[in-house]
Write a protein that binds this ligand. Structure first.
Ligand code: NAD
Length: 498
């Protein structure tokens, strides 16, 4: 009886076990089917990131408020942290590919919106994004010894608040994306209001293509209608771990005063020194090429020239042969009066006429009644050092040339009018002693010898490109490593295998 009962009990348990096995097999099958369906919908080979929760909200990364943008970027950061390095690489390749293949359309949109610079250079700047370094720039450091192994890894900060300029709205955003996402961060961008439409268009295109390829959402978010208040809200938001500010004096000052860590790519006023040993044709050609690029909007662009008296006239003639149109003294005076108003307070800055920023040389000449060939690259003329074009960052293709007594005088003027920004200085010389003297004295982030300013960013010189050159805070030409924090991982007395 008892044995029968035992027998019966065993049967019952066997039966129950069989039922449970069937149920869990069914559950597993269901889970597998769901995963396969998700992978098929994603259309990829199953990146670790995973597409969670269907189509992205917020119009592909464009948000009304800073708070919404930060929340989305925070969720994106968590998703990116789970993703593989391969997914980061794919996201970056997508941004580079969009900038390259859609450069003409996007460059034209930026030009039409901002109405400054030169269309061909808007396009060139976007095409150059493919040279900005990405994941390949990251490294890990290791030290091994008697006491074991220590590894230093370069980790992301989290959500970065990026403030971008009107002079290169989408190129700065795209370049920041490549650097910052390579390092594992996500971004909230507050663009310049006058370049916000193109920045938002870029963000939408980047996020949509990245989502379709990897399932990663909102790696970059942006404020659709940015204001100074929204910039301040980015500065103050607790969810933002690092600020990266690219712009002029006001925003650079605001960022430097922020209690948050800030990487500041501030203003410049790059001087050029030309001494008696220079290759004058090359100097003239380089000065025109640099100052004409995007109508002198580049922060690294040649803004004033100090040339020694022995070669001054020869240089002036050569600039005319390479695309410059020379203004005589009275034309310089007339033009200066149109381009600058008087200082607001005695001894203060002359007020720049913002309508002149980034305009073509021929348009600028027309403002003083001159009709010159439309293909003219720059206007130039002899001035004294008091002319406001010398101390002010004019951001237009008029370059003042000041006669210096000797190379030491030229270098001293260059030092004075760079204002200690520590940004960019240029020299044309074959005297190693003079070059060294200027390099030491200027102490700038970029010091270019015998070429146009663009050579300092790997365009015609060695090195890599970034549109954010961190000057007062000292990080230099930014790269993925700039946007990392060091994390040290130590194993004591073990894991050393040699
Ligand atoms: P800008 O200073 O007018 O604007 C830059 C950004 O800062 C914009 O997004 C603007 O809305 C914001 N902003 C301005 N004042 C602010 C404030 N008080 N608080 C918060 N946000 C503020 O500059 P811009 O005309 O767009 O760009 C040109 C300037 O940027 C030049 O001075 C140029 O040298 C500099 N720049 C520097 C670099 C670099 O890498 N160092 C690169 C590009 C441009």
């Amino acid at each position: 009886m008892e044995a029968g009962w035992v027998q019966c009990g065993q049967d019952a348990r066997e039966h129950r076990r069989g039922t449970n096995v069937q149920a869990s097999e069914q559950a597993i099958r269901q889970v597998v089917q769901e995963v396969l369906a998700q992978l098929a919908a994603r259309g990829s080979n199953g990146a670790a990131s995973g597409r969670l929760g269907g189509a992205p909200s917020g119009n592909w990364g464009v948000f009304d408020t800073v708070d919404e943008a930060v929340k989305a970027a925070q969720a994106a950061f968590e998703q990116l942290s789970r993703a593989s390095l391969e997914d980061r690489r794919r996201a970056i390749d997508i941004v580079k590919q969009i900038c390259d293949s859609q450069a003409e359309e996007l460059g034209r949109l930026e030009f039409e919106e901002t109405k400054i610079g030169r269309l061909e250079h808007k396009i060139a700047k976007l095409q150059a994004i493919k040279t900005v370094p990405g994941v390949e720039f990251l490294r890990t450091d290791a030290v091994s010894g008697t006491h074991g192994l220590t590894v230093t890894e370069y980790a992301p900060f989290g959500v970065i608040g990026a403030i971008t300029p009107v002079t290169h709205s989408l190129p700065t955003l795209a370049g920041n994306f490549v650097n910052m996402v390579a390092a594992g961060n996500t971004i909230v961008c507050n663009p310049h209001p006058s370049g916000a439409k193109i920045a938002c268009e870029g963000v939408r295109r980047f996020n949509k293509a990245i989502f379709e390829a990897t399932g990663l959402q909102n790696l970059v978010t942006i404020i659709g209608k940015p204001t100074i208040e929204s910039a301040q809200a980015v500065f103050d938001h607790r969810g933002i771990k690092l600020l990266v500010v690219t712009g002029g004096p006001a925003v650079a000052r605001a960022a430097l005063q922020s209690p948050k860590r800030a990487i500041v790519a501030g203003p410049g006023n790059p001087p050029v020194v030309v001494d008696a040993t220079a290759d004058i044709e090359n100097a003239a050609k380089s000065i025109v090429a640099g100052a004409a690029f995007d109508n002198n909007l580049l922060c690294i662009g040649e803004k004033e020239v100090f040339a020694v008296k022995e070669i001054f006239d020869q240089l002036m003639t050569a600039v005319g042969k390479h695309g410059g149109y020379r203004l005589n003294a009275s034309q310089v005076a007339q033009f200066t009066a149109k381009a600058f108003g008087p200082p607001k307070e005695p001894g203060g800055h002359h007020v720049l006429n913002r309508d002149f920023i980034g305009k073509d040389a021929a348009w600028l000449a027309a403002q003083i009644g001159l009709s010159i060939p439309p293909e003219t690259l720059i206007l130039y003329g002899e001035t004294d050092e008091q002319n406001p074009f010398v101390p002010e960052e004019q951001m237009m293709p008029f370059v003042p040339f000041v006669r210096a007594n000797c190379s030491d005088h030229a270098i001293a003027l260059a030092k004075k009018y760079e204002h200690g920004f520590g940004h960019t200085a240029i020299i044309h010389s074959h005297d190693v002693h003079t070059i060294t003297k200027m390099g030491r004295l200027m102490n700038t982030t970029l010091f270019v010898k015998n070429g146009p300013c663009m050579a300092g960013l790997g365009l015609g010189g060695e090195g890599f490109l970034s549109f954010s050159i961190a000057t007062p805070t000292g990080e230099g030409v930014t790269s993925p490593m700039t946007f990392t924090r060091q994390r040290r991982c130590v194993m004591v007395d073990d894991l050393r295998i040699i």
